[in-house]
Write a protein that binds this ligand. Structure first.
Ligand code: DAH
Length: 359
């Protein structure tokens, strides 16, 4: 380095002293540097030993150091560099050992955190079971809207306006509009299917239905039904009986007895309600069967000729049977659920009991 003036020389000298003082400060800083995190070693390296780090920039200043002072400054800087490098190696080692330490602290024999798996809702379990039984008899799944017009829910099912049977089902109307309602039964799906499809028709239609009832253990403003419909040539009441008998045996076992009682539904003629022997008391009498030994599980009948004609299906050529059952009732008998409100309260203590039930 060419030293031109006394003034410059003095400036370089004082700069060198400054550097030596800085080195001492940095040495202190290095000594106190504690690694708190895994990337502490890396940030240390960047600060002191990186391309733009402190050691490098001090090396560059060496060229300005007066010749007779170069040795002293060089030695000091070199020592500083070595201290930084040694510290860096130490920090690297500390990081890896602390990582190892963490691994060693894990007790692999501890049981893992239990994962709670949700359970199927009992109504879904029963619904799926019903569908699969009827699937095996060739019934396919059909669905229809829950918000329905008067025609599909009532009129087409042989219940014209002012028909007294409409009173059997207390109806919710949408926006007070007498034409739009929440379906009161799944029989609307019969209408939805027959207006599009011609026989043979063999469908099973699960779904939610609504009635304007006060909620209690025995009544709810919404519940679930499964509707069945079979229309073809030569479908007889014997087919209806045999189909439902098969269903009951598959659902409740071979020991259950069934009986049909004459009944009335506007959309079937003749109509019958089907009872099964009480599963709770095996027929000896209890409060579920009201001490009769029998519980009603569904309504059924031969599709009324008026209904077939409405959909341009010739009642002289085709006959059919239909039935409708409440899923809640089947579930009550199968799993002894006595309060309808339990199904919609979402109490996990109730729902958990159905974990692992095979569908
Ligand atoms: N829709 C009837 C109800 O909700 C149930 C029913 C009875 C459906 C007889 C049918 C049937 O298809 O044939 O009470």
């Amino acid at each position: 380095m060419l030293i031109t003036t006394q003034k410059n020389y003095n400036a370089y000298l004082s700069r060198m002293e400054e550097l030596l003082a800085q080195i001492n400060n940095y040495k202190q800083e290095i000594e106190n540097f504690i690694s708190y995190s895994n990337d502490a070693a890396e940030s240390f390296r960047i600060k002191f030993l990186g391309i733009k780090g402190i050691v490098k920039s001090m090396m560059q200043e060496m060229k300005n150091v007066p010749a007779e002072k170069k040795k002293e400054a060089g030695l000091s800087l070199n020592e500083f560099k070595q201290i930084a490098e040694a510290k860096y190696e130490k920090l690297k080692l500390q990081t890896t050992t602390s990582e190892l330490q963490i691994k060693e602290d894990i007790d692999y024999t501890l049981p893992g955190d239990a994962i709670t798996i949700g359970t199927r809702h009992p109504l879904s379990i029963v619904r799926n079971r019903i569908i699969s039984i009827f699937n095996r008899l060739g019934f396919t799944l059909a669905e229809g809207p829950e918000i329905e017009d008067d025609w599909h829910n009532f009129t087409s099912m042989n219940m014209p306006k002012n028909h007294p049977a409409r009173d059997m089902q207390d109806t919710f109307y949408v926006h007070q509009n007498p034409d739009w309602l929440l379906r009161t039964h799944t029989s609307n799906v019969q209408a939805r299917v027959m207006e599009k499809q011609k026989p043979p028709i063999r469908i099973i239609c699960p779904g939610r239905v609504y009635r304007n009832e006060t909620i209690s253990a025995r009544a709810h403003c919404f519940f679930h039904q499964v509707e069945g419909l079979y229309v073809d040539d030569n479908v007889s009441f014997a087919d209806l009986k045999q189909t439902l008998y098969f269903f009951v045996q598959e659902m409740f076992g071979n020991d259950v007895r069934i009986r049909f009682r004459p009944s009335y539904f506007p959309f079937t003629e003749p109509s019958a309600e089907m009872d099964i022997s009480c599963l709770i008391c095996s027929g000896s009498g209890c409060n579920i069967c009201k001490y009769t030994g029998w519980v009603e599980i569904l309504g059924s009948g031969m599709v009324h000729p008026n209904v077939l004609s409405t959909f341009n299906i010739d009642p002289e050529v085709y006959t059919g049977f239909a039935f409708g059952m409440g899923i809640e009732r089947i579930c009550q008998l199968k799993y002894r659920v006595n309060d309808l409100r339990l199904y919609s309260q979402n109490d996990v203590r109730f729902l958990k009991q159905f974990a692992g039930v095979i569908i």
